[in-house]
Write a protein that binds this ligand. Sequence first.
Ligand SMILES: NC(=O)c1ccc[n+]([C@@H]2O[C@H](COP(=O)([O-])OP(=O)(O)OC[C@H]3O[C@@H](n4cnc5c(N)ncnc54)[C@H](OP(=O)(O)O)[C@@H]3O)[C@@H](O)[C@H]2O)c1
Length: 227
Amino acid sequence: MKLTPFNFPTHADRPYFFTSFVSTIDGKIIVKEKGYWPIGTKADYDYFTYLRGHADAIVDAKHTALQFGKHTIRTIHDETFQNYRKELRKKGFPEYIVLTSTPDAQLTSVLANDHGYEPTIITPKEGSERVTIQHLIDHLNDQEYKHVFIDGGPTLIAQLLEAGVLDEIHLTIAPKVFGSAPGKTLTMVEGILFPPDKVPQFELVSVGKLDDEVVLRYSLSKIHIKN
Ligand SMILES: NC(=O)c1ccc[n+]([C@@H]2O[C@H](COP(=O)([O-])OP(=O)(O)OC[C@H]3O[C@@H](n4cnc5c(N)ncnc54)[C@H](OP(=O)(O)O)[C@@H]3O)[C@@H](O)[C@H]2O)c1
């Protein structure tokens, strides 16, 4: 599959939000044990990196940042990513934003780097337990960002879906089956079970092929189907 620039739409009142996940055939996006990562191939990782090259900001919730934050900071500074940025006419580095209610030493050490690059940690406003999606949007609007990549993880994806603002999902299906055991695996969306009349509905935009993997591109349908 050839990597060609995505011409993402824009919104007047908020950034356009897009995400990319890699999943097994049985819908697992992580196993909380060693030996299962990476789920996708190098070709999938290149696709993911290219997609992130389009972003004005990359947003993680805490657990994803703890697992992959160091890697994300390294990636956005490497030559491949910087070449993508040039090709896509994007300036500099995307802002790397982490949402947490518990900013601690572990997170600080994950975000520490030798590039002089300063990630942003957003914490809840006083009286709030979580950073609301509107709070996140306000921060992004203040920076005049138009295209924002939501890295994850599943609890953040759930909140954006609930707010009706996750505009695009790119989903790679890796030809594997992990199976499951209680508490050991996650799917792309965790923490919210949508009521039947509020099930987020997407439209298929394209289907790509990376050898044995498929890459599905979905965009948010404004019609929520009752089922
Ligand atoms: N396969 C894939 O493509 C893929 C992609 C992304 C992630 N993942 C995996 O997903 C796993 C993490 O998923 P997860 O669901 O456990 O965690 P997560 O969504 O990454 O992080 C959840 C935590 O972030 C904080 N948080 C979330 N929303 C917040 C908000 N609105 N305001 C403030 N804090 C907020 C909360 O912790 P505090 O309250 O303690 O701060 C929450 O417990 C990782 O293993 C990662 O590798 C896989």
